[in-house]
Design a protein around this ligand. Structure first.
Ligand code: FES
Length: 190
C-alpha cells in the first residue's frame, strides 16, 4: 500500500502565511486564523476539509477545535466539496425586496443546481447568505472576492454566468490585495 503524502501548503501559500503572521505578536498568532483559512480554502480546491483544518491548526500551533469552531461559524468557509465557482446569494431584506428570490430561482433553473448544492457540470455551487453590505446595489451575489451587483435583469445574470464560465482563476493574492481590490471595485461602481 502506498503511503499518502502529508498535506502541505504550497511554497507561495507558506510565504503568504509567514508574512501575515508578522502582523501579530507571536503569542497572538491565532489572530491570523481568518485570513489563513481563506488561503487554505483557495489552496485546496475552494473548500476546507477536516484534514486541511488540522493543517491550519498545526500551522498556527493551536488546537483543531479552535479552527473548527471558527470555520463552522462563518458562511464564507465551505466545509464540503463545492463547484468551480461558489455563488453566495444575499437573501437579506433589501436584496429580497429587489428580487433575490427571483434571482435564486433563475440561477437554479439556468445552472441546474439547488441552493446548497452544485450544478451537474460542476461549475456552480449556490449558497444563500446574509447581507453582503452592498444593499444599495441589490440584489447582490458574491463570488470569491468579487461582487456582482444589480442582478435584477436576465441580461445581468447571463453576463455574470458567462464571465464565470470563462474565468481562469488567478493564483492566491495577498489578503490586503484582495481587500483593496474589492474596495476599488465598489468605489468605481458608485
Ligand atoms: S441586503 Fe443584500 S447586500 Fe445588504
Amino acid at each position: 500500500m502506498t503511503a499518502t503524502a502529508p498535506l502541505q501548503f504550497s511554497l507561495a501559500a507558506q510565504a503568504e502565511i509567514k508574512r501575515l503572521l508578522t502582523h501579530y505578536p507571536p503569542e497572538r498568532s491565532k489572530s491570523a486564523l481568518l485570513p489563513i483559512l481563506h488561503i487554505a480554502q483557495a489552496e485546496f480546491g475552494g473548500w476546507i476539509s477536516s484534514e486541511v483544518q488540522d493543517l491550519v491548526a498545526e500551522t498556527l500551533g493551536i488546537k483543531p477545535i479552535e479552527v473548527y469552531e471558527v470555520s463552522s461559524f462563518y458562511t464564507m468557509y465551505n466545509l464540503k466539496l463545492v463547484g468551480k465557482h461558489v455563488l453566495e446569494i444575499c437573501r437579506t431584506g433589501p436584496c429580497m425586496l429587489r428580487g433575490s428570490d427571483e434571482l435564486t430561482e433563475q440561477l437554479e433553473r439556468i445552472t441546474g443546481a439547488k441552493v446548497g448544492g452544485t450544478s451537474p457540470d460542476g461549475n456552480f455551487t449556490l449558497k444563500e447568505v446574509e447581507c453582503l453590505a452592498a444593499c444599495g446595489f441589490a440584489p447582490v451575489v458574491q463570488v470569491r472576492e468579487k461582487y456582482y451587483e444589480q442582478l435584477n435583469t436576465p441580461e445581468a445574470v447571463d453576463a455574470m454566468l458567462d464571465e464565470l464560465r470563462n474565468l481562469v482563476h488567478r493564483p492566491i493574492l495577498s489578503w490586503e490585495e484582495n481587500g483593496l481590490q474589492n474596495s476599488l471595485q465598489t468605489a468605481a461602481s458608485v
